[in-house]
Write a protein that binds this ligand. Structure first.
Ligand code: ADP
Ligand code: MG
Length: 431
């Protein structure tokens, strides 16, 4: 490959870092060019996790960066390995194990709040089905449960050849179960989940009030347990505190080890800021890490949000303490002057829709989503009441606004793409 392609590619990666700091990672530097020419750029990734991550989160920023650098429209693909082959496997298909490349044991910072959880996850991935079964991890949102579950899957996959692993959110389990009933594929469903070596289900609190799914889950649990297969579960509260869960499930959840994750200490938060900033290939000084750790306390996802605003503000320039103060402090003072009109303007330009559409009765997804984002941002960035917000968006009543806010805030917890969209829109609003 010509030297030239490599240089152009490096310039594209550098541009991506500026365009989308939230999704940039230091391992982008190890991406390779498999093929470049004729309006196509075929990018080689180290493994299927990274290829999946790029496909899900970064295709837009790579396309934009490539267009800016080359001056042409370039079609981007991500594949595993360094050569372009026919029938190249790019990333796992639906239903296959899909792990987040960031969520490894290596990138997890251990502190007093999560030490036991971390140790038990490592133990489980060394010898699944023997030590703690089931392993039940609980704690409030943003404290690293999903991170640890991904790490268990990844380690088990590395430790045990051909291990059959299924990782799914509880909602996915419920949805697939319902689909299996509807399509008459219940036997396949049962065969799939009752014969794995490791079954990981995230956020099992969603099982509440799902009686039929609880029943199915109960039988899956028993089948796996009896065959000494590992079960790992997470939830936002302890087994006995999940409302309307039947006693027989609660008691089974307690058969193995139940561990709580607590909020991180100051030292842990500093270490997390440092780790996350290195992971993104844009390390910050100790002083800045300490500043961020002192400002953001409750939830680690917010620490990442703070870093994202900081990088967005720096736009590739040096990151100073001044800038960090501005990125975190400015937000508070600027928030006071933000109007709903500012928000509507930023959201409509971001999603490329018209303000009139947001105020209309249209209910297509391409309009509903920006409308709900508007409501959510208006709720969190201004002091307007639900009624007032509804009034600005086509005279909707307060329950509609409340529903929208709840939905977006829930999606934000798990949807990386939405997270970075919200960060970008917020950045544009505060400018
Ligand atoms: P939960 O599932 O408990 O809501 P997540 O696992 O989604 O939380 O974690 C939220 C974010 O915080 C993730 O990006 C995760 O990588 C990060 N995180 C949480 N705890 C740690 C930790 N101890 N070290 C490094 N990153 C962490
Ligand atoms: Mg989670």
């Amino acid at each position: 490959m010509a030297q030239n392609s490599r240089e152009i590619f490096e310039a594209i990666v550098e541009r991506v870092k500026v365009l989308d700091p939230a999704n940039s990672r230091n391992w982008f530097n190890s991406l390779t060019v498999k093929n470049f020419g004729g309006g196509m750029l075929d990018i080689g990734c180290p493994d299927s996790e990274s290829a999946g991550f790029l496909q899900d989160n970064c295709i837009g920023s790579f396309t934009r960066a490539a267009q800016q650098i080359t001056g042409h429209l370039v079609s981007i693909t991500f594949g595993v390995g360094t050569k372009t082959e026919k029938n190249n496997i790019t990333f796992p298909a639906a239903g296959e194990l899909r792990l987040h490349p960031d969520y490894t044991f290596d990138s997890f910072v251990v502190g007093p709040g999560n030490r036991l959880a971390h140790a038990s996850c490592i133990a489980v991935s060394k010898t699944p089905g023997t030590t703690y079964n089931p392993l039940f991890i609980y704690g409030s949102v943003g404290l690293g449960k999903t991170h640890l579950l991904h790490a268990i899957c990844r380690e088990t996959k590395a430790n045990i050849e051909n291990a059959k692993i299924q990782f799914l959110s509880c909602e996915e389990f419920v949805n697939r179960f319902i689909t299996a009933i509807e399509q008459g594929t219940l036997t396949e469903f049962k065969n799939l989940y009752r014969t794995v070596d490791l079954l990981v289900i995230d956020d099992v609190q969603f099982l509440r009030e799902r009686e039929q799914s609880q029943e199915e889950f109960f039988h899956t649990f028993n089948a796996l347990y009896d065959n000494r297969r590992q079960i790992v579960l997470s939830a936002d509260s302890a087994p006995g505190e999940i409302p309307s869960l039947p006693e027989r499930l609660i008691s089974r959840f307690k058969w193995g080890l139940v561990v709580r994750i607590d909020a991180p200490s100051y030292e842990t938060r500093v270490a997390i800021v440092q780790k996350k900033s290195r992971l993104r290939g844009m390390a910050v000084s100790d002083e800045i890490a300490e500043y961020i750790a002192s400002k953001v306390k409750a939830n680690i996802r917010e620490i990442e949000g703070a870093l994202t605003s900081l990088y967005a503000m720096a736009a590739g320039e040096e990151i100073t303490l001044e800038l960090a103060r501005k990125a975190l402090g400015d937000k508070e003072s600027a928030d006071k002057n933000i109007t709903i009109t500012d928000i509507i303007k930023a959201v409509t330009s971001y999603y490329d829709v018209r303000p009139a559409d947001l105020q209309s009765k249209k209910r297509s997804q391409s309009i509903t989503m920006p409308r709900q984002v508007c409501m959510y941002l208006a709720r969190s960035l201004t002091n307007h009441s639900l009624e007032e917000i509804g009034g600005h968006l086509g005279g909707r009543d307060h329950t509609t606004v409340m529903h929208a806010c709840g939905k977006i805030s829930e999606m934000e917890q798990t949807d990386d793409k939405l997270q970075s969209q919200l960060a970008e829109i917020t950045r544009r609003i505060s400018k």
